[in-house]
Design a protein around this ligand. Structure first.
Ligand code: 13P
Length: 305
């Protein structure tokens, strides 16, 4: 299914004439930046977690960004993922969009844009900035042909996210280089390195709050906060107040899904009753609660009312 995203607050009209009522990324992030709340951008791993996150958004009257890693796209397949998304979001009453997280592959970017993803993070942070800029400009113009949006990144976020990235902290670029990249590339959201990291933090990170403030004040572009799992509530509050309108959460979903599955499996073993749907219900409820907790904490609850 080839998708092209039209822009009237999230109406996506596809070649098949199926109308999918999802929002464009900037239509979700613009009010969040203006009113200084954070929209959870949650990496799902299967259709059950996709449904649990969407369900949390509807219950909380919250916007939400559903993200897929390249690994998830490869594992499930873009057409099965997008068909599930289209079926689950048909008629949904809160602003939601589908975003491709950290993607160094131009082929996967094109595949997801064609399939109907609303936005992509082109992760060319391993490239020299000039090459990253040149390629990001191409991705922006490709995305625009689909009415889609682009997140840009010029420094790797520390840690490995579903096989992408490295545990060695990357060198940070100067503020001027960041500002120049944002202005010339035309990206809609920017992901700086501010001392944040993917995965579990061994100790509370020392974050560069000023960097977020400087980028947002000087460009008006919202910042994506990566490595959300494990940050303290005060850290989220401060960063969201400075313009982190998109807040990425992945590890917390994996933990919620797998740890609740483990509990359910232990219970099944103790009772010698093996009901797969009970296992899935338990794990889905745990993911849903995790998403609700983040919506409350980031101030996005009730914003879609
Ligand atoms: P965590 O895994 O630390 O929540 O980070 C998520 C993220 O930034 C996805 O890009």
């Amino acid at each position: 299914m080839r998708g092209s995203n039209a822009h009237t607050y999230g109406r996506c009209t596809h070649d098949t004439e199926v109308v999918v009522p999802v929002a464009a990324l900037i239509d979700i992030l613009t009010p969040a930046l203006k009113e200084r709340y954070g929209v959870p951008a949650i990496n799902i791993v299967n259709v059950e977690t996709m449904e649990a996150v969407l369900d949390a958004a509807v219950t909380e009257r919250s916007p939400v960004i559903v993200q897929t890693s390249v690994k998830t796209v490869r594992h499930i397949g873009s057409s099965v993922l997008f068909s599930s998304w289209a079926a689950m979001t048909a008629g949904i009453e809160v602003p939601v969009c589908l975003h491709l997280d950290h993607c160094p592959s131009r082929e996967v970017i094109s595949e997801c844009l064609r399939a109907g993803w609303n936005s992509v993070l082109f992760d060319a942070s391993e490239m020299p900035v000039a090459e990253n800029l040149a390629q990001t400009m191409e991705v922006v113009s490709e995305a625009r042909r689909f009415g889609a949006h682009v997140e840009g990144e010029i420094e790797s976020i520390t840690g490995v996210e579903d096989g992408v990235g490295s545990d060695t902290p990357s060198e940070r670029q100067s503020l001027d280089i960041c500002l120049d990249f944002i202005a010339r590339s035309g990206v809609d959201v920017f992901a700086p390195s501010i001392g944040n990291a993917h995965g579990q933090y061994a100790a509370q990170p020392d974050l560069d709050y000023e960097r977020v403030q400087d980028i947002v004040d000087r460009t008006g572009v919202p910042v994506a906060l990566h490595g959300g799992t494990g940050l303290a509530e005060e850290q989220f509050r401060d960063l969201i107040a400075r313009g982190c309108a998109k807040v990425n959460i992945s590890t917390a979903l994996k933990r919620a899904w797998m740890m609740s599955s483990l509990d359910a499996l232990r219970e099944a073993e103790a009772r010698d009753r093996w009901e797969p749907l009970d296992l899935i219900s338990t794990s889905s409820a745990s993911v849903r609660q995790m998403a609700v907790d983040h919506m409350c904490m980031f101030g996005s609850s009730g914003r879609a009312a």
